[in-house]
Ligand binder design. Structure first.
Ligand code: ADP
Ligand code: TZD
Length: 599
C-alpha cells in the first residue's frame, strides 16, 4: 500500500495505535498497517448507518463499548441487559434499522435473550451482539469463565443466528445480521462474537475491503397485480367492510398512502394497539369506540400488517359473531402481509396480498377506481350511532372525580396531556393500566404508542422509554402499572444519568391487578398479588437526582405532568389509585385457566 492509501485507511478505520510503546520501527509499521477485530466491528456497524448501541459492559466487550464511544457511536449503558435489549428492539420498530444490543457472555447474553425473543415475536428488527467465551473450552465443556453454547441457545428464539470466528469475516457477519433483521418479516438476530475475535489483527487494507455496506437491506416486495385485484373485488362486494391496521402497518412507514387508502375507500378502520395514531384516533372513520359491534358485524375484513392471533381472537369465535368459541363468524378476509405463510394461519384468507405494505397499499391505490363507491350508509350510520353512545358513556366515567383516584380519573389527565403534546411518545404496560390507557388516551401520530405488544410482556417500560427519548428525541410519557414498573424500575438511574425527558406515571394500586387481595390460607405472608402498601415510588427517581412527585388527585397529577413536560427533567409521578379499582388480568380475565376469585 502506498503512503496515501495507508493514510486513507487509517482515517477510515481509526485503526492506528498512536505511539507504539516498544519503540521498535517494525512494530510501529505493523500496527500502522493492521486493523483489529474491535475496529472492524465498529467500522462495519458505522458503515451501515448504525449510530446507537444499547448494552451493559463487562468481559469480553468492555473495550468494545469504550472504543465504540470513542469512535462516535452513542453508547447507552443500562443496569440490566433485558432493558437494553428492549430498547434496541423498539428502536428497530421506530426507525426500520436494526436496534443493536451489546452484552457480555452467558448470563448477560441470557438476560438479553428475552428481549431478542420478544423482538422476533413482535417482528421488530434487532441484533443482539454478545461476546462469548473460548470455543475450544466451551465445546469440550471444560469450565470456561461464563461458559455457554450461546449460538445454539439463541437460534430457536431468533430469526437468524450467526457466529464470527475470524476478523476477515466480521464484515460478512454484520451484513448478514442486518439483512436478516430487516428484510422480509423483520425479527431478532443473534450475532456471536467470541472474545478471541476482538484482538485478532489483519492487514488494514484487507480488513477494510472485507466490510460490506448492505445495499437495499429491506428490498421492496411488489405484490402480484392479480392478488391486488382479487382483494379490491372482494372489498367492492362488501356491504359491511372493515379495515384492521396492525403494528406492521405502523412499522412500514407508509403513513400517507395508508391514510389515503382508508379515506378513499371510506371503510371504517380499527387500529391495533401500536397502530393507534397511524391515523388520528379522532378520525371520523375510526371505529375503536364500536369495536365489539364492528367485529361480529363486518362481512369483509382487510388486515394490513396485523396477525389474526390471540389479540384478534384468532379471527373466530364469539368476538367475530361465531356461534361457539371456535366457530367461524362468516367474515371474508383480505390480508396484506410481507410473510406469505401468514395467510390461513387461523381462518381462511380469501384474498392474500403478499408484499411490503408500502408497495401493496400503493398498488391498491393505483388500481382503485377513482369513482369507487363508499360503503353502504346503513353500515356507517350504525357504527356512528354506537360510537356516539359509547363515547358519551366514556365521557361520563371520565368526568367523575372519586377519592382515591381510579384509572379513569387519572387517565383523563394523561388523555389531555397527550392531546396537547401529540409528538410525545406514550409507553404503556400493566394490565388494567394498559387496557384503560389504550381505551382512554387518544393518539394522534404514527409510532408514538409503544406497549407490551404480541406477548403482553411486562418489563418493556423503561427500556422503551429510554430508546424513545434517545432515538426519537421527543418527550416520553410512560404510563406504568406498579407491578409493571418494578420489572425495569432500576433504569430510572439510566434515565437520570443521560438526563432524558422521560415522565414516568406509576398508577399505584398496591399490587398486581389490585391491592386488596388476602392470603387464601389466612397466614401472615401477604397475597402473591400485593405489594407494600403506600409505596413511595417517586423517591426512586429522587435518589438519582430526578424529580419525584406524589399525586393523590387529578389536579396534582396534571400539575406534575405539565411541569415534567415543561422542564423535560426526568420525573416519576406516583399516582395513587384506589386499590380496589382493577380487575383480574385487566380485560383478559377469560384467559385465566380457572377464575379463583371474583371481584
Ligand atoms: P398487531 O399486534 O398490531 O396486530 P402483528 O405484530 O400481529 O400486529 O402483525 C404484524 C404483521 O405485519 C406481521 O405479520 C408482519 O409479517 C407484518 N409486517 C411487518 N412489517 C411489514 C412490512 N413492511 N410490510 C408488510 N408486512 C409487514
Ligand atoms: N411476567 C411477565 C414478563 N409478563 C407478564 N405479562 C406477567 C409476568 C404477568 N402479568 C401480566 O400479564 S400483567 C402483570 C403481570 C405480573 C402486572 C399487572 O399489574 P400492574 O397493573 O400493577 O402492572 P394493574 O393496573 O394493577 O393491573
Amino acid at each position: 500500500m502506498n503512503e496515501t492509501a495507508s493514510v486513507a485507511v487509517k482515517a477510515a478505520t481509526g485503526a492506528v495505535a498512536a505511539t507504539p510503546k516498544t519503540g521498535s520501527v517494525a512494530e510501529a509499521d505493523r500496527q500502522t498497517h493492521e486493523i483489529d477485530g474491535f475496529q472492524l466491528v465498529i467500522d462495519a456497524l458505522k458503515l451501515n448507518g448504525i449510530e446507537t448501541i444499547f448494552g451493559v459492559p463487562g468481559i469480553p466487550i468492555t473495550d468494545l463499548a469504550r472504543k465504540m464511544q470513542g469512535a462516535g457511536l452513542r453508547v447507552i449503558s443500562f443496569r440490566h441487559e433485558q432493558n437494553a435489549g428492549y430498547a434496541a428492539s423498539i428502536a428497530g420498530f421506530m426507525t426500520g434499522k436494526p436496534g443493536i444490543c451489546l452484552t457480555v457472555s452467558a448470563p448477560g447474553f441470557l438476560n438479553g435473550l428475552t428481549a431478542l425473543a420478544n423482538a422476533t415475536t413482535n417482528c421488530f428488527p434487532m441484533i443482539l451482539i454478545s461476546g462469548s467465551s473460548e470455543r475450544e473450552i466451551v465445546d469440550l465443556q471444560q469450565g470456561d469463565y461464563e461458559e455457554m453454547d450461546q449460538l445454539a441457545i439463541a437460534r430457536p428464539h431468533a430469526k437468524a443466528a450467526f457466529r464470527v470466528l475470524h476478523a476477515e469475516d466480521i464484515g460478512v457477519g454484520v451484513a448478514r445480521a442486518i439483512r436478516a433483521a430487516v428484510s422480509g418479516r423483520p425479527g431478532g438476530v443473534y450475532l456471536d462474537l467470541p472474545a478471541k475475535l476482538f484482538p485478532q489483527s489483519i492487514d488494514a487494507a484487507i480488513g477494510k475491503n472485507s466490510l460490506i455496506e448492505v445495499v437495499d437491506p429491506a428490498p421492496r416486495q411488489i405484490p402480484a397485480p392479480d392478488a391486488v385485484q382479487r382483494a379490491l373485488d372482494l372489498l367492492a362486494s362488501a356491504k359491511r367492510p372493515l379495515i384492521i391496521l396492525g403494528k406492521g402497518a405502523a412499522y412500514a412507514q407508509a403513513d400517507a398512502d395508508i391514510r389515503t387508502l382508508v379515506e378513499k375507500t371510506g371503510i371504517p378502520y380499527l387500529p391495533m394497539s401500536m397502530a393507534k395514531g397511524l391515523l388520528p384516533d379522532t378520525h371520523e372513520q375510526c371505529a375503536s369506540a364500536a369495536r365489539s359491534y364492528v367485529l361480529p358485524e363486518a362481512d369483509v375484513v382487510m388486515l394490513i400488517g396485523a396477525r389474526l392471533n390471540w389479540l384478534l381472537s384468532q379471527g373466530k369465535g364469539k368476538t367475530w359473531g361465531g356461534k361457539s368459541a371456535k366457530a367461524w363468524g362468516g367474515q371474508k378476509f383480505v390480508q396484506i402481509d410481507i410473510s406469505p405463510q401468514e395467510a390461513d394461519s387461523n381462518v381462511r384468507i380469501d384474498a392474500p396480498v403478499v408484499g411490503d405494505i408500502g408497495s401493496c397499499v400503493a398498488a391498491m391505490l393505483g388500481a382503485l377506481a377513482s369513482s369507487g363507491s363508499k360503503p353502504p350508509a346503513e353500515w356507517l350510520d350504525a357504527i356512528r350511532e354506537r360510537k356516539t353512545r359509547n363515547v358519551a358513556k366514556m365521557a361520563e366515567s371520565l368526568a367523575k372525580n372519586p377519592t382515591p383516584m381510579n384509572y379513569h380519573s387519572a387517565l383523563n389527565v394523561v388523555r389531555d396531556i397527550v392531546k396537547a403534546n401529540p409528538d410525545a411518545f406514550l409507553v404503556n404496560e400493566g394490565a388494567n393500566a394498559l387496557d384503560h390507557t389504550r381505551a382512554i388516551v387518544d393518539m394522534y401520530k404514527p409510532r408514538k404508542r409503544l406497549d407490551v405488544g404480541t406477548w403482553g410482556v411486562m418489563g418493556i417500560g423503561m427500556g422503551y422509554s429510554i430508546a424513545a427519548a434517545v432515538v426519537g428525541g421527543e418527550q416520553v410519557i410512560a404510563v406504568e402499572g406498579d407491578s409493571a414498573f418494578g420489572f425495569s424500575g432500576m433504569e430510572v438511574e439510566t434515565i437520570c444519568r443521560y438526563d432524558l425527558p422521560v415522565c414516568v406515571v406509576v398508577l399505584n394500586n398496591n399490587g398486581v391487578y389490585r391491592g386488596d387481595e388476602v392470603n387464601f390460607g389466612g397466614g401472615d405472608d401477604p397475597s402473591p398479588l400485593v405489594f407494600v402498601k403506600g409505596a413511595r415510588y417517586e423517591k426512586l427517581m429522587e435518589a438519582f437526582g430526578g424529580v419525584g412527585v406524589l399525586a393523590r388527585t387529578p389536579a396534582e397529577l396534571r400539575a406534575a405532568m405539565d411541569e415534567a413536560i415543561r422542564s423535560r427533567k426526568p420525573t416519576l409521578i406516583n399516582a395513587v389509585i384506589d386499590e380496589k379499582a382493577g380487575t383480574e388480568s385487566g380485560r383478559i380475565t377469560s384467559l385465566n385457566p380457572a377464575a379463583t376469585k371474583k371481584h
